[in-house]
Design a protein around this ligand. Structure first.
Ligand code: NAD
Ligand code: MG
Length: 408
């Protein structure tokens, strides 16, 4: 780049205190000349958010409630940052005119509206929050296209697929879309999502009834938030990723396959008509996909060690067992049903996982709850976002009811 003026990218980081948020700030801190933080949000770790504000000096910090805002203001009395509160404030900082890129890394359905606000404001959306696509894939992708936003996937599998696609163009940009007839790009046959298989891949099935939250969150390869860690154990995470891939890459369910690859070195693959399979490899460290999306189309140091293949050892692959991992099958089913079914599945899963983490539901109870909720609510319509929020609420209500009943 020698001598060329590298423009600074202004960032809003939603969910800054979470795993993805912290990794994002780690990459940002390595490149102060490239990235400037305009806004940070967090909800549960006010102390950490305060530290981040001291370190990165954003213009805004956002929390959900007024009492958290007061707590944060008290800690930041000597720092020039405006503390805002509420869900609306998240949408506000996601669409500020001075912001170029929005890292959408809030966990759960709460991440949908702010991500949508960023898309509607035509931002570069770095999408980690998978629930956005699972709940409202069609609406979100339409918003991205209609408002000329650029969508860059952060989820490691989708970031890998993106990198392996022809000419790795942003997943959505209005112009490219106008030229394409929809569907996977010409010459692409199939997307292969890799899955680690999680902590229960090889555990005897009959012992899973006694699996505890502590065992479920002990992921062999990745360090992640608790909810997504449980989703890895059940493979619901991969199911949600199948749904994500359907929307991000305009693929049909039968064009998306899952292969278990316990070493988590290959993060996903794209198969072409001529038999070629392209893969993206790296250490299982979210800073690689985060740095890729932050700097796209350039490449920057992510702080991740170089991959030493000779020392990585054997890479193995196996087919997922749907008997062991019923949640994966349920995700394909929700995708085939369409409409509100994926939103229903996602909402029921959030409730079931919360109950499991809270020791109110057994491990097999998660899949059992999801199956019943999907069965009962699969016919809900999804004509607009209100329908999806209503389906989400109904699925949560039913899931909670079932959890209480199963527990009793
Ligand atoms: P996390 O639980 O570590 O962090 C979540 C962040 O969201 C925190 O900053 C938290 O304060 C904030 N938050 C939680 N509830 C909120 C609410 N109701 N309103 C506003 N903010 C709220 O989660 P994570 O592991 O960083 O994951 C974030 C998202 O990225 C999730 O959707 C997850 O599925 C996705 N993702 C994570 C990984 C990973 O490796 N951690 C990989 C791929 C995708
Ligand atoms: Mg993933």
């Amino acid at each position: 780049m020698d001598g060329m003026d590298m423009s600074v990218r202004n960032l809003t980081i939603l969910g800054a205190t979470g795993t993805i948020g912290v990794n994002t700030l780690d990459v940002v801190a390595r490149h102060p000349e490239r990235f400037r933080v305009i806004a940070l949000s967090g909800q549960h770790q006010i102390e950490r958010l305060a530290e981040q504000c001291r370190c990165f000096r954003p213009r805004y910090a956002v929390v959900l409630t007024e009492d958290r805002a007061d707590a944060l203001r008290a800690r930041l009395a000597d720092v020039d940052v405006e503390v805002l509160a509420g869900a609306r404030a998240l949408e506000h900082v996601a669409s500020l005119p001075e912001v170029d890129s929005v890292m959408a890394a809030i966990v759960g359905a709460a991440g949908l509206r702010p991500a949508l606000a960023a898309a509607r404001a035509g931002k570069r959306v770095l999408l980690a929050n998978k629930e956005t696509l699972v709940m409202a894939g069609r609406f979100f992708m339409d918003a991205v296209r209609d408002h000329g936003a650029t969508l860059l996937p952060i989820d490691s599998e989708h970031n890998a697929v993106f990198q392996c696609m022809p000419q790795a163009r942003p997943v959505a940009d209005g112009e490219a879309h106008a030229r394409s007839a929809g569907g996977l790009p010409a010459g692409v046959r199939r997307i292969l999502l890799t899955a680690s298989g999680g902590p229960f891949r090889a555990r005897p099935i009959e012992t899973l009834a006694a699996a505890t939250p502590e065992e479920a969150v002990a992921h062999p390869n990745w360090v992640m938030g608790r909810k997504i860690s449980v989703d890895s154990a059940t493979m619901m995470n991969k199911g949600l990723e199948v749904i994500e891939a359907r929307w991000l890459f305009d693929a049909q369910p039968e064009q998306i396959d899952v292969v278990i690859h316990p070493q988590s070195i290959i993060h996903s693959m794209v198969e072409y008509d001529d038999g070629s399979v392209l893969a993206q490899l790296s250490h299982p460290d979210m800073r690689t996909p985060i740095a890729h999306a932050l700097a796209y189309p350039e490449r920057v140091d992510a702080g991740v060690p170089w991959l030493d293949l000779a020392r990585t050892g054997t890479l193995t692959f196996e087919a997922p067992d749907l008997h062991r991992f019923p949640c994966l099958g349920l995700a394909y089913e929700a995708l085939r049903i369409g409409g509100a079914a994926p939103a229903v599945l996602n909402a029921a899963n959030e409730e079931a996982v919360a109950a499991f983490l809270d020791h109110r539901l057994s491990y097999p109870g998660i899949a059992a709850t999801l199956e019943r909720v999907l069965d009962r609510l699969s016919g809900l319509v999804a004509e607009d976002l209100d329908d999806l929020h209503a389906a989400d609420a109904e699925a949560r209500r039913l899931a909670r009811e079932l959890v209480t009943r199963i527990a009793a």
